[in-house]
Design a protein around this ligand. Structure first.
Ligand SMILES: [Zn+2]
Length: 207
C-alpha cells in the first residue's frame, strides 16, 4: 500500500507541465481538412516545417506542421490548431503571452519572478524577453479590443446601455492619460493621451 501511494504521489508530481516532456518532444500538426475549401479536390502534402514552440499546457516542444496544397487551384493550407496555439512565425504561444501580460501588469510581478514561474511550466524565456512579451501583450490586447468593438457595443446595448466613467492621470508635464469605462460591466472602453483635461481636448475623443 505504501509503495502504491508513493507511485501515485510520484505520478501526481509528474503531472506538472514542466515534467510532462523532460526532453524536447515533437508534436505533429496536420491541416484540419484534406479537401480543398475552394474546389473540393483532395489535397496533397506540400511539405513539413518544424519550429521550436512553447505553450503553458505542454511547455517547450518542437511543432512539426504539415502543409497541403491543392493540385487544381494551388491553394495551400497549414494547421489551424497550431495557428490557434502559437502565432505564425513566432515561438511563444498565446497562452504564455497572456500569462506574462497578466503577471506583469495585474499582479505586478517582476521579470525574474515571471521567468522562474514559467520555468516551472517548462517554458524557458530570458528576463529581457519578458519585457518584450509584456509590450506585445498590450499591442495584441489593443488590436483585439478594436476588432471586437462591434460585439462590445452590442453587448452593452443588451445590458440597456452603459454608464460612462471617465478619469485621467498625468505625471508633471506629461500628457494626460484618459480612460473611459462602463460602470456596469467595468469593461474599459477606450483610452487616449491628450495634452490637457480641457473640454477642447476631451470632446473629440468622446465623440
Ligand atoms: Zn483547390
Amino acid at each position: 500500500m505504501k509503495l502504491l501511494s508513493e507511485i501515485i504521489a510520484g505520478l501526481t508530481n509528474n503531472l506538472r507541465s514542466g515534467s510532462l516532456f523532460p526532453t524536447m518532444t515533437t508534436v505533429t500538426f496536420w491541416p484540419e481538412s484534406r479537401t480543398c475549401p475552394q474546389c473540393g479536390v483532395w489535397m496533397k502534402v506540400l511539405n513539413t516545417t518544424t519550429k521550436p514552440a512553447a505553450t503553458l499546457a505542454i511547455g517547450q516542444f518542437l511543432a512539426r506542421e504539415y502543409h497541403y496544397y491543392c493540385p487544381r487551384c494551388g491553394f495551400v493550407v497549414g494547421s489551424e490548431e497550431l495557428r490557434g496555439l502559437v502565432p505564425e512565425r513566432c515561438n511563444i504561444g498565446y497562452g504564455v503571452l497572456a500569462y506574462v501580460g497578466k503577471e506583469f501588469f495585474l499582479n505586478s510581478r517582476d521579470n525574474e519572478q515571471i521567468v522562474m514561474n514559467l520555468r516551472e511550466k517548462n517554458v524557458i524565456v530570458c528576463r529581457s524577453e519578458i519585457s518584450y512579451l509584456a509590450k506585445k501583450f498590450i499591442v495584441c490586447l489593443a488590436l483585439l479590443h478594436k476588432k471586437v468593438q462591434k460585439e462590445t457595443r452590442a453587448f452593452l446595448s443588451m445590458n440597456g446601455g452603459y454608464i460612462l466613467h471617465l478619469d485621467g492621470t498625468c505625471e508633471g508635464e506629461s500628457p494626460h492619460l484618459i480612460s473611459v469605462l462602463d460602470g456596469i460591466t467595468e469593461i474599459v472602453l477606450d483610452n487616449t493621451k491628450v495634452p490637457s483635461e480641457n473640454a477642447d481636448d476631451l470632446i473629440p475623443f468622446l465623440q
